[in-house]
Design a protein. Structure first.
Length: 202
C-alpha cells in the first residue's frame, strides 16, 4: 500500500466514521467545486459503500482571490477509504500540492497528493492605455492561449480583482504551458505587463 502502510499498520477498522478534509490546490468557484469534485466523489463513495461527501468550502485571501478549496468527506473505513479517495480525486483533476487531512485512532495525518500542474496569468487591469482595454477582447486572448496548449492543458477558471484579472490554466506540465504561451504573451497588447505564477505545485 506504499505510503498508507505505515499509517494503517496493525490497525483494524473500527465501527465508526472518520472526518476527512481534502484541501485541493484548485482555484475553482463554488459551483465548479460542486460539479467537478463534490457530486461525482459523493456518488463514487456511496457506490463503493466507503462514505459520503459532507460539504465543501472556499478559502480566499485578503484580495478576494481563492487560495484553495476543500471538500469534507465522511469515511467508514480509513484503510480502504483513503487510497480510494486519493485515486478518485486525482482522476477528477486534483492538482499537485493538494492535501488530505484526517485523524485516525491516535494521530492527525496529512498526505500530499495531486497530479496536474497549474499556471496563472495575471493581466494588468488598470495601468495599460485606455485604447488597449477598449480594443481588446479577453475571450479572443483566452481562445488563443487554449489553442496553444490543446494537447497539454486548458484554462479551467478565472478571478477578477480590482487591479488584476487572473486566468488559471491546468495541465500535465506548467513549464511547458508557460513556454507555449510565451509568443502570445509577448505580442498581445492586453498581456503587456502581465505576470505569470506557477500555482501547482506550490
Amino acid at each position: 500500500m506504499g505510503i498508507f502502510s505505515n499509517i494503517f499498520k496493525n490497525k483494524k477498522p473500527l465501527d465508526k466514521t472518520y472526518l476527512v478534509t481534502a484541501q485541493l490546490n484548485h482555484l475553482l468557484m463554488p459551483i465548479d467545486r460542486g460539479n467537478i469534485y463534490e457530486d461525482p466523489l459523493n456518488e463514487a463513495l456511496k457506490e463503493n459503500n466507503l462514505g459520503e461527501v459532507d460539504g465543501g468550502g472556499t478559502m480566499q485571501n485578503k484580495t478576494g482571490e481563492i487560495e484553495f478549496i476543500d471538500v469534507e468527506i465522511i469515511l467508514y473505513n480509513l484503510e480502504e477509504g483513503i487510497p480510494f479517495l486519493i485515486k478518485k480525486l486525482e482522476e477528477l483533476g486534483a492538482p499537485k500540492s493538494s492535501l488530505l487531512h484526517f485523524q485516525d485512532e491516535s494521530n492527525q495525518n496529512q498526505i500530499e497528493f495531486g497530479k496536474k500542474e497549474g499556471l496563472a496569468i495575471y493581466l494588468d487591469g488598470i495601468n495599460l492605455p485606455k485604447e488597449v482595454y477598449e480594443n481588446s477582447d479577453i475571450n479572443d486572448l483566452i481562445e488563443k492561449l487554449n489553442n496553444s496548449i490543446t494537447d497539454i492543458g486548458r484554462m479551467e477558471s478565472y478571478w477578477q480583482g480590482q487591479a488584476e484579472t487572473a486566468l488559471y490554466f491546468y495541465g500535465e506540465n506548467a513549464e511547458k504551458i508557460k513556454e507555449n504561451f510565451k509568443p502570445i504573451l509577448e505580442n498581445y497588447p492586453l498581456c503587456k505587463g502581465c505576470r505569470i505564477s506557477i500555482i501547482a505545485p506550490k
